[in-house]
Design a protein around this ligand. Structure first.
Ligand SMILES: NC(=O)c1ccc[n+]([C@@H]2O[C@H](COP(=O)([O-])OP(=O)(O)OC[C@H]3O[C@@H](n4cnc5c(N)ncnc54)[C@H](OP(=O)(O)O)[C@@H]3O)[C@@H](O)[C@H]2O)c1
Length: 316
């Protein structure tokens, strides 16, 4: 069985590689960004035609926190649209029957009832900052469902809560909140700073899943999920951004003050996914938040030593 992971060097993709590498019954197919530009249709289709995977996971994407979404809306819409369109059409052309695509909790309305259920999708306006990214994610979901309807494929879409872990991006300007907090607290400690300033009030509540736990959920979805609609992958591990910042500061060993810049946005007050469908498949998140943050910080120390923090976006 040949399984292709698009975006295998990223946060989610590298966790999938850790889970599946070395399984004797499976040949893992990968190509780096330098080897295969996924926004180029002909290159993607030719590569898939030549390699003919049986299954695919679309872990490639243009991904980032509020700052990145606000600064590069064109790239978040265009690149994600192109990658999904090329990979999903290429999958069908190459005879791939089963594929896992990723949506995002940004697809849910900004004022969504909590916890967010798939039936809440498309029931209200989305958060404007991440709307271009969310619309690309919408297009990916709809394309998968359209292929299923028209061609009888099984192209699935999972919607994870915020993912973190080894292989994350740690740029304070563009990263998701947890990895940006690690960068910020690490740099503040290294520079002997007395305080760090963080966006918002710290009161927004978010849900986090460790990348290797998500990889386990993806395996179950690929093997056993047969619904047409998207499946939420929520860990149930929620905390406020303030609690998260205190936890990160503790793990990193930064003992200075956390100063909240209340004039900066919080984003939605709460984002929590209703996850009964993935629980029914037998999955629960195993990694407690503190343990996951400690492992992520260890990875950061081993791989990311350059400096460069400034403002930290407080929601993802
Ligand atoms: N992270 C989250 O919290 C989260 C939450 C919900 C859903 N998701 C979804 O999960 C998927 C994976 O996210 P992630 O966090 O793992 O992202 P990531 O860490 O940024 O990884 C993205 C991967 O895609 C590759 N890539 C990006 N643009 C490419 C291009 N034009 N051509 C070829 N390869 C390209 C990257 O390679 P290079 O680095 O070499 O460019 C990298 O391997 C995305 O669809 C994302 O929307 C993520």
């Amino acid at each position: 069985m040949r399984r292709y992971i698009a975006g295998h060097t990223g946060l989610v993709g590298s966790a999938l590689v850790r889970r599946w590498a070395g399984q004797p019954s499976m040949e893992l197919l990968t190509a780096t960004h330098a080897q295969l530009e996924l926004t180029e249709p002909r290159a993607v289709w030719a590569w898939l035609e030549a390699n003919r995977p049986h299954e695919m996971v679309l872990a490639a994407g243009k991904v980032g926190g509020i700052g990145a979404n606000a600064g590069e809306p064109v790239a978040f819409l265009y690149e994600n649209l192109m990658m999904e369109a090329n990979l999903i059409r290429g999958a069908w052309q190459a005879g791939v029957r089963r594929l896992l695509n990723f949506g995002s909790s940004c697809m849910y309305p900004k004022a969504c009832p909590q916890p967010m259920r798939p039936e809440h999708l498309m029931t209200g306006p989305m958060e404007p900052t991440s709307e271009p990214y969310a619309i690309a994610k919408w297009a990916g979901l709809s394309l998968c469902q359209s292929y299923n309807r028209q061609h009888g494929t099984q192209y699935l879409t999972a919607i994870p809560c915020t993912v973190y872990g080894p292989g994350d991006h740690f740029d304070a300007q563009t990263a998701h909140v947890l990895s940006a907090l690690i960068r910020k607290c690490h740099d503040a400690k290294a520079q002997g700073a007395r305080s760090v300033s963080l966006w918002g009030t710290g009161n927004a509540r978010r849900e986090f899943v460790y990348a290797d736990d998500l990889a386990e959920a993806c395996e179950l979805v690929l093997a056993r999920y047969d619904g047409d609609g998207p499946i939420n992958i929520g860990s149930g591990q929620t905390c406020t951004i303030r609690e998260l910042a205190e936890l990160v500061a503790d793990v990193v060993g930064f003992q200075g003050e956390l100063q909240w810049v209340r004039s900066e946005p919080d984003g939605a007050l709460e984002k929590r996914l209703e996850a009964s469908a993935i629980h029914r498949l037998g999955w629960t998140a195993r990694t407690p938040l503190r343990e996951g943050v400690a492992r992520t910080y260890q990875w950061f120390l081993e791989h990311e030593t350059h400096q460069g923090a400034s403002k930290v976006a407080c929601a993802s």
